[in-house]
Design a binder for this molecule. Structure first.
Ligand SMILES: Cc1ncc(C[n+]2csc(CCOP(=O)(O)OP(=O)(O)O)c2C)c(N)n1
Length: 518
């Protein structure tokens, strides 16, 4: 349970948590608390719990609530409220809390639920997987004492059960007849029980498989079927453009960049929830439990000869091309892609990776050797800065042995710097790598693209190592590949919270973004 309390019901909840052996992590900010609870929920495959005070606490949680909705994280935020009648005379800290929270939750079909045990039970039972839908609740002392009537948000998502045998048969036939099937895997598919069947499916189809950022690891980094990342941009067009059938598995359109769909090939869409609006209309859609759909499809494929004529070398060539084109050789200093390579080698695939929004994300997602579901944690539905550091803390607390690495720009790190103190206090086994270029690079390169003059989106690179030491972390500064190697070797050999202030050059980001997105 993560949060910043007020003086009302949150104190009762913290006290109650003590008696239930629920660990309470006090955070610096409420938005970070909701992100941490969401990541704990994603990794535990059960809802995470966050708390805040009313008024400023809830307002400060807003970005976390939006992230929970758009990044599809299961979380319940319990925020304080006013007792009935209080607002007849109080205006201090007062605004319509339900009106603030409701539209933020709307994107996931979530909402504000009554503060009652029944309502929580009903919420837990929502959706195809328990409580994937984020919610906010405003418990009062009275509600904590006596449960109110049940009132529950209705799931607006269209869900269905297992696909019919006939449609699974039709899908298997379609997939088996394709000469150039290409598989795209998205966030709905990212859970542990689905890794093996999805890998079986792509191997059986002998198809290149691309993953979205959030699905990184579903096909391991060096797996023979891995063909790189799919974002809806330019770099993957060489591979997906060859398809005569595109098979999407759990692809949630919330993850794709704002560019129209460019492919004419027919689409077989396997999903759990039909999201609107979408980028494409599939030729055939199987909407229902993905484990059931995949196993039906595998069984169906056993009855048809698979016609795919992809060969391992051509899939490998797409994978190599993807990584070559994103390499940054002209960084004018320590290269961001080299930082990821060096960290990946030093940490040897042990920790999970949490990535922030910004130009550094391109290298982080391309070169981190993800090997399983949720090995990479990223806000790609909301695409919010200030995500990676809290996400890494939650991942490290979830699984201290694996621990976590966060990769963040300096802008994103400054948005949640106080959480370094949270990491120190909680003893999180996390290494925070800051791509410190003194610049809001992703926005500044878009400014360059628009040929606008310098708009002042840069600053003197802060000394993050000094700040981190001030919070009680071990820290290094790296200005060269050599220093980065040294810092990563020491960090990988140690446990507990650490920070590496990597003084990267941002000179290569523009070309990298053009290669990736066009
Ligand atoms: C909370 C939030 N504010 C603003 C943005 C818009 N935005 C996206 S990337 C970016 C720049 C990030 O800069 P930095 O963290 O230094 O990373 P870099 O791009 O330099 O790698 C901004 C301002 C955002 N995604 N989230």
């Amino acid at each position: 349970m993560f949060g910043v309390p007020g003086g009302g019901t949150s104190l009762d909840m913290i006290d109650a948590a003590r008696h239930q052996d629920i660990r309470m992590v006090l955070t610096a900010r409420e938005d970070a608390a909701v992100i941490m609870a969401g990541v704990a929920g994603v990794l535990g495959e059960a809802p995470g719990l966050a708390f805040s005070t009313k008024g400023p606490g809830l307002a400060s949680a807003a970005n976390g609530i939006a992230s929970a909705a758009l990044d599809r994280m299961p979380v319940l935020l319990m925020a304080e409220t006013f007792v009935p009648g209080e607002t007849d005379y109080v205006s201090h800290q007062v605004f319509d809390q339900t009106a603030l929270a409701t539209p933020l939750l709307d994107a996931a079909g979530g909402g504000v639920i009554e503060a009652s045990a029944d309502a929580v039970e009903a919420w837990l039972a929502l959706g195809p997987r328990p409580a994937r839908i984020p919610a906010v609740m405003f418990p009062t002392s009275a509600a904590l004492r006596e449960p109110a009537d049940t009132a529950i948000v209705s799931a607006r998502e269209h869900e269905s059960e297992a696909p019919s045998a006939a449609s699974a048969q039709a899908a298997a036939q379609l997939a088996s007849e394709a000469r150039r099937p290409v598989v795209i895997i998205g966030l709905e598919a990212t859970r542990t029980g689905l890794e093996a069947p999805i890998r079986d499916l792509v191997a059986r189809l002998n198809a290149p498989a691309l993953t979205t950022y959030m699905a990184s690891g579903m096909i391991p980094h060096d797996h023979p079927n891995n063909a790189g990342t799919f974002t809806g941009g330019a770099i993957e067009q060489a591979c997906v453009g060859e398809a005569d059938l595109i098979i999407t598995i759990g692809l949630d359109p919330v993850e794709l960049i704002r560019k129209p769909w460019t492919y004419d090939a027919p689409i077989l869409d396997l999903c759990e929830i039909i999201r609107e609006p979408h980028y494409f209309s599939p030729l055939l859609r199987l909407a229902g439990s993905l484990p059931d759909t995949i196993s039906e499809l595998l069984a169906g494929l056993a009855r048809f000869p698979v016609r795919s004529d992809w060969i391992e070398e051509s899939i490998g060539a797409h994978r190599a091309r993807f990584r070559d084109r994103l390499k940054i050789e002209n960084a004018e200093g320590l290269s961001p892609s080299a930082v990821v390579d060096i960290a990946a080698e030093a940490f040897g695939g042990r920790p999970r990776l949490a990535v922030d929004a910004g130009a550094h994300m391109f290298s982080a997602c391309a070169y981190w050797p993800a090997a399983g579901a949720r090995d990479v944690l990223i806000s790609n539905g909301l695409a919010s800065m200030g995500f990676a550091i809290p996400a890494a803390i939650a991942a490290a607390l979830h699984d201290p042995k694996r621990g976590a690495v966060a990769m963040s720009g300096d802008g994103g790190a400054m948005m949640c710097l106080g959480e370094l103190q949270t990491a120190a206090r909680a003893g999180a086994n996390a290494c925070f790598i800051i791509f410190n270029d003194g610049r809001l690079s992703l926005i500044d390169i878009k400014r360059e693209e628009r040929q606008m003059p310098d708009l002042g989106l840069n600053w003197q690179a802060p000394d993050f190592a000094a700040a981190a030491r001030g919070f009680g972390l071990t820290a290094w500064t790296a200005e060269s590949a050599e220093e980065m190697r040294h810092a990563c070797a020491e960090a990988a050999a140690a446990t507990g919270p650490q920070l590496i202030d990597a003084r990267v050059g941002s000179g290569g980001y523009f070309d990298q973004m053009k290669a990736l997105r066009g």
